[in-house]
Every structure is written in C-alpha cells, then in structure tokens.
Design a protein around this ligand. Structure first.
Ligand code: NAD
Length: 554
C-alpha cells in the first residue's frame, strides 16, 4: 500500500483515542506526527530529517505499525526492526509498549556501503535519532541545544552576547534550520548557505529565518548593516557553502563564528558537491552513486580546508556534529580535527548534570496545553533565570510544527519533578489530553559518538558503546513507553550508537510510577557516565542529588 498524496499524514488530535491505551495512542500519534508535512522534510518518502532519517521502512510497514498499535493490548509489547513491525509479545503493564532497534550493524560491517546494499534489498532503514524513534518535533527539537551552544560560545568568546557579531554556517534542513533563530535569539547575525531554495523558503515560512538572497553582495550589505547596529538578523544565501567561503576569503571578510550543518554524515544523500546544481546532483546520484560520493567527499575536504582558513584568519570555528572533519581527514586532510566539536567546546558541562534536550508534545493538538506546561516550568523552577529567559523567548519566537511541543534542557531531578507535575495537570484536567515526554538521543547518557557527544572524554573512553546499551536496558526496566537503540545517527554509519526514550503522562497512577522511574534512570545515566569518565562536576551532582555509584560506596 502506498501513501495517497492527496491525504497527507497528520496525527489525530483530541481526547478520543483509537488505540486500547494512551501509550499506544501516543506512539501512533507521534509516528504520524513525524510524517506530518509541517514536520517532515520529505514525508512522501517517509524521510523526517537528517539526510534519510525515516520513521518507517516503507509504506507497507507504516500501515502495519498503525494496525498493530491499534490492536495492541495494555500488557503487550510490539517489536520494530529498522522501521518494520516484526513481532508482538505478551509482557506486562509496566513494560514498554514498543521496543525499536534501527540501523544496527555488526561493527565490522558498520559502514554506508553495507547499509546501502541492505537498504536496496529493503532489509534495513536509517533511523537517525528521533526519526525512527518517533519523537521528532520539528526544528524546535534542536533549537534550544543550538541556542545553548551559541550562548556558551558568546560567553566564552564575546562577553555573553552575539550582538555585533556574525556567524557563517550552512544547511537549513530539519536541524540546521534552527541555526538562524538560535543566533538571532542570542542577538547575533547569521549568514547561512543553503543549496535548496525550498528549504530556505520553509525556514522563512516557519519564522526561523528572516531573509533570503542569491547575491553575496546583497547578503554582506545586510550582514554589515545589522552588525553595525548590533541588531539580530538571519539571512539564507542560496549558494553552495564552499562557494560562499571562497567569495568571503576573496573579499577578505572573516566571520566571528564559523560552523556547518550540511548533512555531511551522509555523502550520498546529505551533501551537494561544489560546482553542481541540485538537479545535476540528483541525476548523478541516481546514475553513478560512486562518482557522486567521491565528488562529495572531495568537496567536503575543501570545505574543511576553508573552515581552517577562517580559523587562521581569526574566526572561532567549531564542528556542529555532522562528521565533516572525519570525511576531510579520510580524504587526506591531516589537520581536519584542528577545530573542536561543539560538545567538548560548549555542551559537556551540561551533560555532567544530566542536562539535555528534554521535550514534550501535547497529544490534544491544543497549543493552550503547551502554554500551561510553559507556566508549569516557570512555577516549578522559579530561580532559574536562564530557563525563564528560554521559555519566554520560545513562547514569543517559535511557531509550532505539527503537534504543539516544547523543548527545555533539564537535568537530573528536574525532569522527574516536571514529568510528575505534568501528569498531575493531566489528571486534574488542567491539560486536556495526555502529554508525551521524550528527548533527543543527543543526550547526556544515551550516546556513544567519538566525533560528537563523546569526543575527547576525560578518560579517553570516547568509543565505548556500553553506555547507550545500558541506557536502553535500564529505561526498559524502568518502564518507558517506547525505547529504542539506533546506530549511525548524527555522524553516519560506524560512528555512533545511541538510545531513545519516550514516556507518556496520561494522568494515571501507573504513568506516575513510570515517570518517576524512567525520568530518573535516564538523566541518571548521564550523571554516572560522566562520573565514570572522571568529571568532577558530575561527581558533585551525583553526591548532592543522591545518585548511587557503587565504586564510590563500597
Ligand atoms: P538535512 O538533511 O535535513 O539538511 C541538510 C541541508 O544541507 C539540506 O537542506 C541540504 O540542501 C543542505 N546542503 C547540502 N550540501 C550543501 C552544500 N554543499 N552547501 C549548502 N547547503 C548544503 O539535515 P539536518 O537534519 O538539518 O542535519 C544537518 C546535520 O547536522 C546532519 O549531519 C546531522 O546529523 C547534524 N546534527 C546536528 C545536531 C546538532 O546538535 N546541531 C544534532 C544532530 C545532528
């Protein structure tokens, strides 16, 4: 069965459910929400974001998942293997309703070549992070992380604000699309190269981006005027990133900050080589994928060389988690890792507190429910100024995509407190339907990714992947509503293993039990992972908040 193009997929709204329990209903709505045209980058191909990050293997599998979720009892668990439903077992009420494993390959086979071969045979699916684990909420999902990253960059390099500075980056896709708004929320000016004009237009329509142009002259006039006045502004430049760098260097113009969010982790589907139009790229990709990949990698090498040149000229340069340095390195650029990744540079101290991209969506579809949760955050954490600023900015600046949702970086202790309080509001009817709570896999204790989340760990444990496995196991034991284990998210095949967690607050006592457990084990993994790696801050958090660590007790 295929999708009817006249009937785009959209999650059901309201309080009537078509499944036998709210956990199944939440999984159904979030799967569909991932494919809502307002949310997904290419819903007709089941692609949600991040290159070819998909929500289900194919349309047949999608419809079978929907059917299975509608039938699933409250003491059964559905198993999904790379986007295809493969079994249903009787478990128990407190167990997860769905367990998913996406894109996992035995390590010696964990490369794109093997993946593509298996993908062509219809045996596997790339789940990215939240695409295949059904908790993508549009660009907002990455917005606060991007905002926090630029805020920390501003604190470290520019007196705490980006006002009067400009940032060069590329990629206005599902996640990269958050960059312009994250920069302007920090007061700065962003110039973002993007080869696909429809992506630029989409970010303008969803209020993530202010302006667009095809002309570097015009773009730079806008940049310089806004920088001069210290006003925030974001500009999408419809050009290949490499051409933009070359133009700027030829004109002796150096940005204050430089990064990149093209989908460089996937040289075949995520990156357009220099000197090629979008249409030429699409044709070559079909006709001769090997040549496309070779050209793509060469272009990325040049891209990183130009980033290094900007560093030499005084820009603050950092990698934004797309593995572009690794590709350039493999192509022979020995200095490719001379600039740091964003996690060791700006984010790791937050991970030490178990802080990360906590998020929730209102299954009612009613924005008023999210506004009530916004107030709840302000009520529960009255002294957290940074959090207050974030919530106020988010309310003002963010247009919802699909089901109304909110992202909010919270740590150990805070997540359980908020989750339980939300459950109470659902129980009392102050929120009209259940809330689904989850997170990105890019979190404190759920990912092993040596070029990104676990880059330059203090004890050198970057490549150890026991942690995401333990994360998924403990969250399953704690009773998350759906739990997933993925490979290759963010940085591509062979470079990461990571786990997802989602739990539903439906106002019931069972939900309260599950929320209390899983919203403790999950950020707790972040704390213990960083204690184990020798981070003092994590050890302080563990001690102060009562996280038990046997090697420190016995
Ligand atoms: P996406 O595939 O939706 O978008 C990538 C965009 O880059 C596309 O719009 C594409 O047209 C554009 N592009 C490709 N080549 C280009 C070029 N040479 N010049 C200019 N534009 C070009 O991907 P996404 O979801 O936005 O993610 C982007 C990358 O960031 C991925 O590699 C992803 O894994 C990584 N990432 C970042 C974070 C983070 O915290 N910021 C988190 C996870 C992943």
């Amino acid at each position: 069965m295929s999708i009817d193009v006249n009937q785009p997929i959209r999650a059901p709204r309201g309080t009537e459910k078509s499944c036998k329990g709210w956990e199944q209903e939440a999984a159904l709505r979030m799967l569909m929400n991932n494919l809502d045209p307002e949310v997904a980058e290419r819903p007709q191909d089941l692609v949600v974001y991040g290159g070819i990050g998909k929500a289900a293997r194919n349309w047949e599998a999608f419809h079978a998942i929907v059917g299975a979720l509608k039938d699933l009892e409250n003491d059964e668990t559905l198993l999904v293997q790379s986007g295809k439903p493969v079994g249903i077992f009787k478990t128990h009420e407190d167990a997860p309703r769905v367990l998913l494993a996406n894109s996992n390959l035995v390590p010696a086979w964990a490369n794109w070549e093997t993946f593509h071969e298996l993908d062509r045979k219809g045996l596997i699916m790339y789940g990215q992070m939240t695409a295949g684990s059904w908790i993508y909420i549009g660009s907002q999902g990455i917005l606060q992380g991007t905002y926090e990253t630029f805020a920390e960059a501003a604190r470290q390099h520019k007196n705490g604000t980006l006002a009067g500075t400009w940032t060069l980056t590329a990629g206005l896709g599902g996640m990269g699309g958050a960059q312009p708004l994250a920069v302007t929320m920090n007061g700065g000016v962003a110039l973002i190269a993007e080869v696909d004009e429809t992506r630029i237009q989409r970010r303008i329509e969803t209020r993530y981006l202010d302006r667009k142009t095809d002309s570097m002259e015009e773009a730079m006039q806008w940049v310089q005027a806004a920088v001069g006045k210290g006003e925030p502004l974001s500009i999408g430049i419809h050009m290949n990133a490499v051409d933009v760098y070359e133009w700027l260097i030829a004109h002796d113009l150096t940005p204050d900050f430089v990064t990149d969010q093209t989908s460089a982790h996937d040289p075949l589907n995520g990156y357009l080589p220099q000197h090629m139009t979008l249409a030429e790229g699409a044709a070559l990709r079909q006709r001769d994928p090997q040549t496309y990949i070779a050209k793509s990698k060469q272009s990325m090498k040049k891209h990183v060389e130009l980033m290094l040149e900007m560093k030499k000229r005084g820009a603050v340069v950092f990698d934004y988690g797309n593995n572009i340095r690794q590709v350039a390195y493999d192509e022979g650029l020995k200095d490719a890792f001379a600039f740091p990744g964003f996690v060791p540079a700006y984010i790791r101290p937050l991970f030490c507190e178990g802080k990360g991209p906590f998020r929730w969506a209102a299954l009612s579809g009613d924005p008023a429910d999210i506004h009530r949760t916004d107030e709840l955050v302000l009520e529960l954490f009255p002294d957290d100024e940074h959090l207050h600023t974030w919530i106020q900015k988010a309310q003002k600046d963010i247009a919802f995509q699909g089901l109304p949702a909110r992202i909010c970086w919270l740590g150990y202790g805070e997540r359980a407190k908020l989750g339980l309080a939300m459950n109470e509001l659902v129980r009392k009817g102050e929120i009209s339907a259940p809330i689904v709570i989850g997170r990105d896999h890019l979190d404190a204790g759920s990912v092993a990714s040596p070029n990104r989340e676990t880059e330059s760990m203090k004890d050198g444990s970057d490549a150890i992947a026991d942690w995401p496995i333990l994360n998924a196991l403990v969250n399953t034991a704690a009773g998350g509503s759906w739990i997933s284990v993925h490979h290759g998210g963010g940085v591509g095949m062979g470079y990461s293993l990571h786990a997802g967690m989602v739990v539903v607050a439906d106002g019931s006592e069972r939900a309260a039990r599950k929320l209390a457990r899983v919203l403790t084990t999950d950020p707790g993994m972040g704390v213990i992972r960083h204690v184990d790696a020798g981070y003092e801050k994590a050890a302080e958090v563990a001690k102060a908040r009562g996280v038990r660590i046997p090697m420190q007790e016995y």
